[in-house]
Design a protein around this ligand. Structure first.
Ligand code: ZN
Length: 344
């Protein structure tokens, strides 16, 4: 079968790899019908050391179950399923608390002999705890939005929950990438009164406004912090969603939270330390977040997608076949595309 392999920074190839197949009784074999390139895939794309064996890529996908192991009972051959971006057993102490990203028997796609999602098929371990059956056809018009439940929409929702977004709240979203845009959707969905998006790309800002952003701050650094304070009577926001991961964006998110406010961090941190320790301490700012337990959120978000109440699939602004994956990485890295959808 064909799949995406990264061999170093800027070196992504689609090539022949061993066919995916069942190896554990808890596995499902899934033929991928839609996949995506994630903003987090760009971190190794920028920095990976050259590797001879390469790294299988992709963790966002929808597909059809081809075969299941003998112990799998919740999905069957022919089911259309969405996969959260990590696999999990659904039964351990952390899964039962809705924190499947810390599953005691879980793991990541592309590691330890598990296929990546940017390929023709994936062996999904712990299929019962991981996969969610979709009640639609393979080519349903909602497919792009359904695919975001794998990661970006769940991640935006997680940021909003960690930042304690709720009715009447003033929210700021730091970052206008696909996750930030989904953060706007999530904030609106949870009843935020005002949503300030911090970003500067016209096409992304237009999308953010379409999703419910009420204000735009295109300044950066201290000027951005100043501008948000001006917009909020000098107080700052109740909820700040950090959807980038850089030191500066994290500092901005922490600095615009008002006393007693909260920051939800979902951008993968690129630094060891969290900045602004002293001011956030004296302002009683809650700092939360981490990788989103997408599996815990899919059932809650799915009805909204099916009913068209939210349309996170609009973050995909480029669609192509598997062979376009390497150029898709380039396009996202050069900010030519917000997010790339792969049709198989
Ligand atoms: Zn678990």
């Amino acid at each position: 079968m064909r799949a995406t392999v990264m061999y170093g920074a800027g070196d992504v190839r689609v090539e022949n790899v061993p066919d995916a197949r069942i190896s554990e009784p808890t596995d499902a074999l899934v033929t991928v019908t839609r996949a995506a390139i994630c903003g987090s895939d760009l971190w190794p794309y920028k920095s990976m050391e050259p590797s001879e064996e390469g790294q299988r890529m992709g963790h966002e996908f929808i597909g059809v179950v081809e075969e299941v192991g003998t112990q799998v009972s919740t999905v069957k051959e022919g089911d259309l399923v969405v996969a959260p971006f990590v696999w999990s057993d659904g039964t351990c102490a952390f899964c039962r608390e809705g924190l499947q990203t810390s599953c005691l028997h879980g793991g990541r796609y592309g590691f330890d002999g598990v296929d990546g999602g940017q390929g023709e098929a994936v062996r999904v371990p712990q299929a019962d705890g991981t996969l969610v059956v979709l009640p639609v056809g393979v080519d349903d018009e909602l497919m792009a939005s359904l695919l975001t439940l794998s990661d970006v929409m769940a991640t935006g929702h997680h940021a909003a929950l960690a930042a304690r977004v709720g009715p009447g709240k003033t929210v700021a979203v730091v970052g206008d990438g696909a996750v930030g845009l989904c953060g706007v959707i999530a904030a609106r969905r949870l009843g935020a009164e005002r949503i300030i998006v911090l970003g500067r790309h016209p096409d992304r800002i237009a999308l953010a406004k379409g999703f419910g952003a009420t204000d735009v701050v295109s300044e950066r650094g201290d000027e951005a912090i100043e501008r948000v304070r001006e917009l909020t009577d000098g107080f700052g926001v109740h909820s700040a969603l950090e959807c980038v991961g850089y030191e500066q964006s994290t500092f901005t998110a922490l600095s615009i939270a008002r006393p007693g406010g909260a920051v939800g961090r979902v951008g993968v941190p690129q630094d060891e330390a969290i900045p602004a320790a002293l001011p956030t301490f004296f302002d009683n700012v809650t700092i939360g977040g981490g990788p989103a337990p997408a599996r815990a959120y899919i059932e809650e978000l799915l009805p909204d997608v099916l009913d068209g109440r939210i349309e996170p699939g609009r973050v995909f602004d480029r669609v192509g076949p598997l062979d376009d994956v390497p150029d898709g990485y380039r396009a996202m890295n050069e900010r030519e595309a917000i997010k790339v959808l792969i049709e198989l």
